[in-house]
Design a protein around this ligand. Structure first.
Ligand code: RB5
Length: 148
């Protein structure tokens, strides 16, 4: 499994922490930027990362901005993306088990490094439960495929 990871300037420091965790855990990833503290527009970061996940280049993605909100809104505009903004481990687990989230978003200005790392661990180690949850996701996909 290779993870795509990306952040804007507001999420850069937290992204570095998560990258250290991925390295330590032997989890393959590709850092899609940003690579400096210079201000960037979060859609320019979130959309390419979400597209890469939607196209199957990566199984999952992690995107971080200041609040996690902007990148979540942007990523969820990409067809096939189910981005979940999680700032607690329970939501992270549920977003995988019930929502089959393929992108995790977090806010680098909202949570600290220890909690964020636990969230990533929980998210990566939780699996989709299918069944009734698949039916519900199917309804979202139907809407997505049939709306303009
Ligand atoms: C950038 O200042 C900030 O707006 C961005 O990181 C994010 O929080 C947007 O939702």
């Amino acid at each position: 499994m290779t993870i795509a990871i990306a952040s804007d300037h507001g999420g850069l420091d937290l992204k570095k922490v998560i990258i250290k965790y991925l390295d330590k855990s032997d989890i393959k990833y590709k850092d899609l930027g940003t690579f400096s503290a210079a201000s960037v527009d979060y859609p320019d970061i979130a959309i390419p990362c979400a597209e890469a996940v939607a196209q199957g280049e990566f199984e999952k993605g992690i995107i971080i901005c200041g609040t996690g909100i902007g990148v979540s809104i942007a990523a969820n505009k990409v067809k096939g993306i189910r981005a979940a903004l999680c700032h607690d481990t329970f939501s992270a687990k549920m977003s995988r088990q019930h929502n089959n989230a393929n992108i995790l978003t977090m806010g680098g200005r909202v949570i600290g490094p220890s909690l964020a790392t636990e969230i990533v661990g929980e998210w990566l180690n939780s699996d989709f439960e299918g069944d009734r949850h698949q039916r519900r996701l199917g309804k979202i996909a139907d809407y997505e495929n049939n709306s303009n």
